[in-house]
Design a protein around this ligand. Structure first.
Ligand SMILES: C[S@@+](CC[C@H](N)C(=O)[O-])C[C@H]1O[C@@H](n2cnc3c(N)ncnc32)[C@H](O)[C@@H]1O
Length: 213
């Protein structure tokens, strides 16, 4: 069997062992894993430069981060006031420990299926999503996440992700053109800027800055 002809089998085995997005990340963190290569080194530096510059330029007063991860990316952030949420309680416990004593940062582990916030308690000036969307495998989780992201932003939404067509690259990666969802479901939001990674940053994601109105 050639490597190419084995690929669908490998993909099928991966798919069978994959239970859910939430389960994948909790197991990964609980077994000592981290948020991934994109949250470390030069990639993390570039991501932090972009968001820190926008936060300063736009006079952003608070940031809500949906999918804060292990906190390594966050250690480079300069935000006036911050709330990080993640479905992995292991990742959130790690962030609480790491940023203990930092009075500008709050954290919350959440189960997306048991959180409804129509009264708008979980809101900030800017809602942030960094390298989360292409990890959302289930359609209903993707829709729930996008809805929550835009509903938790008062002025800006910043997304770090790719906007390629539908494509499943690994059991825990599913690429979607999320910009289409924004265009049809949140037409009142305008795409202000798109920034692609420079040549020395090995990242498949670009930055997208949306403004309300
Ligand atoms: C690749 S990590 C990125 C972490 C962080 N944003 C960063 O850039 O370092 C993806 C994160 O998304 C989280 N995640 C998975 N499903 C989610 C959901 N429905 N809502 C929010 N976060 C989710 C995972 O637990 C994981 O911590």
């Amino acid at each position: 069997m050639t490597t190419l002809s084995r690929m669908p089998v490998v993909r099928e085995v991966r798919r069978r062992t994959f239970k859910s997005t939430a389960n994948y990340w909790e197991s990964r963190y609980a077994s000592g894993g981290n948020s991934g290569a994109g949250s470390y080194g030069r990639q993390a530096e570039w991501k932090a430069e972009i968001v820190n510059d926008w936060v300063a330029e736009l006079g952003v007063t608070s940031v809500i981060d949906l999918g804060c991860g292990d906190g390594n990316q966050l250690s480079l952030a300069k935000y006036p006031r911050y709330l990080g949420l993640d479905p992995s309680s292991t990742a959130v416990r790690g962030c609480i420990e790491r940023f203990r004593g930092d009075e500008t940062k709050s954290f919350l582990a959440y189960d997306p299926s048991t959180l409804a916030d129509p009264a708008g308690w979980l809101r900030a000036d800017l809602a942030l999503s960094m390298e989360v969307i292409f990890h959302l495998i289930e359609d209903e989780i993707f829709v729930d996440y996008m809805t929550r992201l835009f509903d938790s932003a008062e002025r800006y939404v910043v997304i770090c992700n790719n906007a390629t067509a539908d494509d499943e690259r690994a059991a825990h990666e599913r690429h979607r053109d999320f910009t289409k969802w924004v265009g049809t479901e949140r037409p009142q939001w305008t795409l202000d800027k798109r920034v692609d990674p420079p040549a020395d940053v090995d990242l498949q994601s670009s930055f997208f800055l949306y403004r309300k109105g």
